[in-house]
Design a protein around this ligand. Sequence first.
Ligand code: KG4
Ligand code: ZN
Length: 358
Amino acid sequence: MSKKITFLGIETSCDETAAAVIRENDIETAEILSNVVSSQVEEHKRFGGVVPELAARAHLENIEFIIQQALNQSKISLKDIDGIAATAGPGLIVCLSVGLNIGRSIAAFTNKPFVGVNHLEGHALSPGLEKKIEFPYLLLLISGGHTQYLIVKDVNEYQQLGTTIDDALGEAFDKTAKMLDLGYPGGPAVEKFSKLGDKNYFILPEPIINKAGCNLSFAGLKTAVLREAKKIGDEKKLKYNLAASFQHTINKILLKKTEIAIQEFKRKTNKKNLHLVVAGGVAANLSIRENLKNLSKKNNCIVVYPSQKFCGDNASMIAWAGIKRFKKNLVDNLDIVAKSRWPLDANAPYMKGPGLKL
Ligand code: KG4
Ligand code: ZN
């Protein structure tokens, strides 16, 4: 029997300080030996969003303790670990540097291989922690900073089919929560209060729904929510109706655009058993999960979601991407630096800014 690879993963790209120890098992999924996540929700709550300097300081204060906790819980000592993976981008440089620096130092000190992981690849491969999925598969990546349809051809091999031309989906949820004063973090708050509202009360725009393939846009929807929010003031029932209508509109957009992405995926890959993986923080949203599940029968595809604890930022997915890259000899030198921008598909067109033609 071949030796099972064990990795320590470290994640500090945004507002979660996380460390995990993961071992590959016999069925090519992961044994989670520890998965420690320290959320900074309390630090950022009063500002209604992530404040980079505060986030970096909190990472610095917590990271050693979190790594130590992950090692203790795993009952594995550093000498028995095969490698260290830390998120190297994309994200806030001040935050990324904290995890990257300590990861590189541990690798140097223990003389172990180091892998600098693309956070988006962490999300992209995250369902593999629990379920083996054959490549290629279609990925809908929905997080606080990114919204993309990609063909995941293999580890390190991605083809972008579509992306947002303005806001990320998580950002749209967060801004909606802020405009309606529903609380922080925004995504879970909108989901919670949507349950109390009438989703058909407000008719909101579905930007670029009939053009631009499976590219997406949420800025016009956000502006419409702002306009309505100003009109309804403090009336609770109307706020819940607006939250519900926003979420319902998102679901309509995702349904239509995902169908287009599925057709493109089929055209490009000729794959019969199509797996649609939905990953990233917003994939924790139960109404979105249910909505996209309904696509499966009609389009002959299987929709796969990571468990909720692996949707939001965590270090298990970083350790897992580290193991997958290590097995392909994709290890990094210790002089690797943090990158704020790092697309999975380097050839994808840049879809933001003036002059964009759809
Ligand atoms: O993947 P993630 O933890 O961090 C990034 O890589 O950005 O995603 C965070 C985003 C935030 O915008 C958060 O509001 C959103 O995911 N989110 C949700 C839900 N839980 C988290 N959005 C909608 N519904 C949820 N239940
Ligand atoms: Zn993330």
